[in-house]
Design a protein around this ligand. Sequence first.
Ligand code: HEC
Ligand code: HEC
Ligand code: HEC
Ligand code: HEC
Ligand code: HEC
Length: 491
Amino acid sequence: MLAATTLGPAVSGFIAMLMLAGTMAACRAEELPGVAASGFAFKGSGLCVKCHRTEQGEWCDVATTTVWRHDAHSRSHLALLPDNPRTRAMEHALGIKAAETVSCVACHTHPAAEPPPEEEDDVVHAGISCETCHGAGAGYFEPHMEKRWRFLSVAEKGVLGMRDLRDPVLKAENCLSCHLGDVASGRVISHAMYAAGHPPLPAFEMETFSRAMGPHWKRVWEKAPRVQAAAAAAGYHTEAASETHRALVGTLVALRSSATLVQDYARLAAEPGDRPQAPWPELALYDCQACHHDLRIPSGRQAAGYGRLVPGRPTIARWPRAAAGVALAVAGQPDDVEALLSPWVAVLNRRPFGADADLEPGAPESLERIDAAIRALQAVRRDDGLDDRRREIAERLSAAGLRCGDIDSARLVAWIMLGAMEGNAAWPAEARDAVAANLARDAAIGVPRPPAEAAALPPFWQTSLEAAANANLETLRSAFRLPPAAQGSGR
Ligand code: HEC
Ligand code: HEC
Ligand code: HEC
Ligand code: HEC
Ligand code: HEC
């Protein structure tokens, strides 16, 4: 289940087509494959919505569709229409029609093979649909309505095509496939798109972004006591102890995905064949700030050091690393992320951007260490010690934040740290608010705000660009100082 993405022949055919779109040849959205990678056909969100517009028993006691109506994903296809000025500018610069460009479509809309909704006001139009995230429905549609279903294992649900998104690993892989990129599903954003005006995708923190998306679910521990008891009795086993643990799992998945993304793409670019090659190198797969920063000597980068990388080489995305170090430590492992990444760095050192032919078949030991850490974090149960654990995590994150060398890493650490302080008896709400205020001070780190305030401000994750350029890392780091925890906190 935790293995790195492997590319089947059918999938690489699909990708070849997407890469055509990467070179901006015309390629119509209708050519998207009709069957999901799982092999099952799509049922269409129109059907899902019929039941899930109301609560479905005490297990699914959220009116999904009502939440969904306000979720950006349900209207994400609108970003591909030329009445969006940013899109118009991108279309002009790239010489494309966004709605007909497969790579735009792969991230912004539902699969083309999905049957259209019967009623137009059935909320889900052409945006990212139920089955885009949960998996094509033909296999699980009938059996999933039975009570028995909820107690199936992740693997058993997977066989019938349902991605068990309660599992933090599968959930993070799914979110990151669009919010970071994924070669197998053809979701690769190119540097040309960025240069033409696509907003830079920010560091992605699974729990913070889940709240921002508007959750249409409850955790098992938020459900009726009877349901919780049944879940425990059935050995239901897919929820890590706390949001904070889940966030750390998300970070490790991001670390893994950022490394395998470059590797999968390089493999694709190297594949022989009579189709056009994937353009190489694809700059957007590397750390933006490796190239986009001021020339200065001495500089913050020199001070931070290059780890094992040849100085001056673009490296893979940096933002997951600081928080992933904390996740490894909390999982009881050595927290040397640079050592963990060394197989990939070796490839980058041999030749700038790495190279197709040089690529090792993955980095099995590093991947196994990441997976072992994920398993350790998933095994933590909700119990009375949770506050102490979260307090330890917040302290580790604070220490990591005080050392952060770039804004995107700092943002990720900050979001998880605030989550770990939230509702933690060790720190009163004022203490958390004070830290949040410090972090938000120069707007370099956007922090989530209460809905009433948030409405009037740009989204917290989109404030980074100008702010990042002007950020003073020294001042910023100092904001990570935690107030002393309350003594003998009441638990
Ligand atoms: C005929 C009604 C009906 C339709 C149509 C329907 N569902 Fe459900 N769904 C349910 C019920 C009932 C449950 C709760 C089952 C239980 O009690 O465990 C459920 C549960 C779920 C769950 C939670 C599963 C879990 O493992 O906890 C997901 C996810 C889900 N549905 C997604 C979908 C999607 C996606 C579609 C469309 C392809 C869909 N549903 C169509 C009735 C329906
Ligand atoms: C790898 C997935 C991916 C690809 C490929 C992609 N996008 Fe996006 N796009 C996103 C995500 C995620 C966001 C949201 C960014 C945020 O707000 O944090 C976004 C945001 C946008 C926005 C800003 C949102 C708005 O409503 O104004 C526009 C416009 C946009 N994309 C257009 C495009 C176009 C046109 C293409 C193809 C040339 C494209 N995107 C390709 C993932 C992708
Ligand atoms: C952007 C991805 C995404 C889309 C699109 C999406 N979901 Fe979900 N859904 C999730 C995630 C993630 C979870 C579980 C989160 C968790 O437990 O952490 C979930 C959980 C659920 C649950 C379980 C609810 C509970 O309380 O246990 C149901 C039912 C569900 N979704 C139905 C739907 C339906 C119906 C649609 C379409 C209208 C839909 N989802 C669209 C991501 C998505
Ligand atoms: C199929 C691709 C895809 C998947 C999977 C996906 N997203 Fe998105 N997400 C997008 C795109 C595209 C946008 C930008 C929509 C726009 O602004 O038009 C977006 C926007 C968002 C936003 C910004 C919402 C806003 O109000 O602007 C959040 C938060 C978010 N996603 C969280 C998540 C989470 C959490 C998951 C996993 C449970 C997830 N996304 C899965 C593509 C995806
Ligand atoms: C290997 C170096 C490299 C990497 C890595 C890189 N870029 Fe670029 N980028 C360039 C170059 C070179 C240009 C062209 C600059 C010019 O025209 O003067 C450019 C141009 C741009 C532009 C057009 C505006 C401008 O300032 O010229 C944007 C926006 C952009 N890049 C965004 C990104 C983002 C976002 C990332 C990370 C996902 C990224 N770049 C990664 C080298 C890079």
